[in-house]
Design a protein around this ligand. Structure first.
Ligand code: NAP
Length: 460
């Protein structure tokens, strides 16, 4: 088989996609990785555009312009904290496009579709449609449009699996009888329903993993479409997308100590309400920034634990300022990074890198946990779930099984947050009530700015 000029261009774009994945695995090179991915996509789209005859240039150009007009402001304006739901919407639109192209290809070719093509087409249509509704539900849960808790009802798993089973049975029938055109809308409706049921049943705390799984499905369905359209670029790019989404889902499941089956069928995220009611009656002692500055005065080792609240408050710059002052005074300062702190994988690494925190000061959970026992002060900045010991001790807790940062082993624990509100999973945190805990209430940026001033004052 001799390669055509277009094949060489496709190889170049695939090379850029592979390079971008590699570069994005490191904070330092991730920006270049992004540029490589954009270049690969621009080359892929423009070369495909010019290589094939286009019947309706006006429609195609209109679609590209509409995509740019809608997509650019979203890309520029979306806050870092909303990236997971934005990613969910990308998967939703990508998989919808794949499913619709699959349906169009079927009606173009029916009834003479061979068994292989029909089996790939029907799997691709099912995967595309279920990813579409699943991603829309994931978006709505993360955006707070619908409640994050799982929709639990008797026979949930049986009805979901029966829906998928019916769609698969219809796909098998269609593969053997490709002329039965009425099957496609029914099969598509079942796939749409299955995606809805699947993700409605999963709690908000598992949404990041679900999004990675949906990413994988979207990639696999795009690869399948590549076979139908005989487009090798789409096959390989879809496979890259599918496998990287799968690997991310595995990494995240491990970080949360969960299996896929547990994520998909585990009813995770149901809040233990009775226990919360009991705990709400307890009181905590609020401290001032001056109290914390006094404690920091005599501290030799400090661990900063950033979480979602640091991202909301955009407090990463003042966090670094505080760390720099403490280091100048001879204290050892480390940052404890939980793999699912914040709202997206690598969230804390990105923010702290933005503030110029040296990479060697970031300590992953497994490395930092043994060091908390020798730490004078752990300063928890807008983190909650990732420190919650209920993950170890309360089997009835939605967090149970997730490895957490052992902050309570430090001599003093400072929590900076606005209120007693729980974190993402809705679970109360026992640590707020410990004798060694100092709660400092307020927006993280404001509190830390005042703390920096108080620490500076105590130095003079
Ligand atoms: P968290 O458990 O959601 O807690 C964040 C805390 O920050 C809240 O308790 C909140 O308390 C506080 N906060 C919010 N805004 C603040 C502000 N302006 N200033 C100060 N504090 C503020 O966050 P986390 O400990 O980082 O844990 C992450 C959670 O999100 C996990 O449950 C994880 O599974 C989930 N999740 C992770 C990802 C991911 O990929 N990383 C994606 C989606 C979900 P107040 O309201 O009282 O201030």
């Amino acid at each position: 088989m001799s390669l055509q000029p277009l094949d060489y261009i496709y190889i170049l774009s695939l090379f850029l996609f592979a390079v971008s994945l590699k570069m994005m695995s490191e904070v330092r090179s991730s920006r270049f990785g992004n540029v490589a991915a954009i270049a690969g996509m621009v080359i892929a789209v423009t070369s495909t555009y010019f290589a094939f005859p286009v019947q309706r240039t006006d429609l195609l150009t209109g679609a590209v312009v509409a995509g740019i007009v809608v997509g650019t402001p979203i890309g520029l304006k979306v806050p870092m904290t909303a990236v997971p739901q934005r990613t969910a919407m990308s998967h939703a639109f990508g998989s919808l496009a794949v499913a619709l192209v699959g349906v169009a290809e079927y009606y173009n070719r029916a009834p003479s579709v061979d068994i292989f093509t029909m089996s790939v087409l029907s799997s691709e249509i099912i995967l595309g449609f279920l990813t579409f509704t699943g991603s829309c539900v994931a978006f709505s849960k993360l955006q707070g449009i619908i409640p994050g808790r799982p929709l639990v009802y008797a026979g949930r798993n049986v009805s979901s699996l029966a829906t998928l089973g019916a769609a698969a049975a219809l796909a098998a029938y269609l593969t053997l009888n490709p002329g039965q055109e009425f099957i496609v809308p029914i099969m598509s409706m079942l796939a749409l329903l299955f995606g809805l049921l699947l993700v409605m049943g999963i709690g908000g705390a598992d949404m990041p993993t679900v999004i990675a799984i949906l990413n994988s499905y979207a990639g696999i369905s795009a690869a399948a479409l590549g076979f139908i359209l005989d487009n090798r670029l789409l096959i390989v790019a879809g496979a890259l997308d599918g496998s990287s989404g799968f690997i991310l889902a595995v990494i995240m499941s491990r970080a949360m100590n969960r299996s896929f089956a547990n994520v998909l069928f585990g009813n995770v995220g149901v809040a233990a309400k009775a226990r919360i009611d009991v705990e709400e009656k307890r009181v905590v002692q609020a401290y001032t920034v001056d109290d914390v500055a006094t404690v920091l005065d005599g501290s030799r080792s400090v661990v900063i634990v950033p979480g979602y609240g640091m991202a909301v408050a955009q407090a990463q710059f003042v966090v670094k300022e505080l760390a720099d002052i403490l280091q100048q005074r001879g204290a050892d300062v480390k940052y404890a990074i939980h793999p699912v702190a914040g709202r997206m994988p690598g969230h804390m690494n990105v923010l702290l890198a933005e503030a110029g925190v040296p990479y060697d000061q970031l300590w992953e959970m497994d490395r930092i946990n043994p060091l908390f026992a020798e730490t004078d002060v752990a300063i928890v900045v807008g983190a909650n779930d990732v420190t919650n010991p209920a993950a170890r001790t309360r089997p009835d807790s939605p967090l149970y099984g997730m490895p957490v940062l052992d902050v309570e082993k430090a001599r003093t624990v400072v929590f900076i947050k606005r209120s007693m509100a729980p974190g993402f999973s809705g679970v109360e945190n026992e640590l707020f009530y410990m004798d060694k805990t100092m709660m400092v209430f307020g927006d993280a940026k404001k509190v830390l700015t005042e703390l920096v001033a108080a620490v500076n004052k105590s130095r003079q």
